[in-house]
Design a protein. Structure first.
Length: 79
């Protein structure tokens, strides 16, 4: 996944689907899905991107990417 645009699409697609389903699900399910997206899906996706780019040597869950500015820039701004 070296294409930055593809990373953003894969990152935001579940969030967009969740917003489309907002009227059909309860608010508790929406909040639960939102937390799962933000604290499980996004860190795993970012860790996979860093692994595929060769920045880290083992694929791992990276929860607070903003605390590592070099990795943050690598994930969200570099191809």
């Amino acid at each position: 996944m070296k294409n930055l645009l593809l990373h953003y699409v894969i990152l935001l697609l579940p969030f967009g689907i969740l917003l489309l389903l907002f009227d059909f699900i309860s608010s508790y399910v929406f909040i639960l899905c939102l937390f799962l997206w933000a604290f499980v899906y996004v860190p795993l996706l970012n860790g996979r991107r860093l692994y595929k780019k060769g920045v880290i040597n083992k694929m791992k869950w990276i929860p607070f990417l903003y605390l590592r500015p070099k990795w943050f820039i690598e994930v969200y701004f570099r191809r």
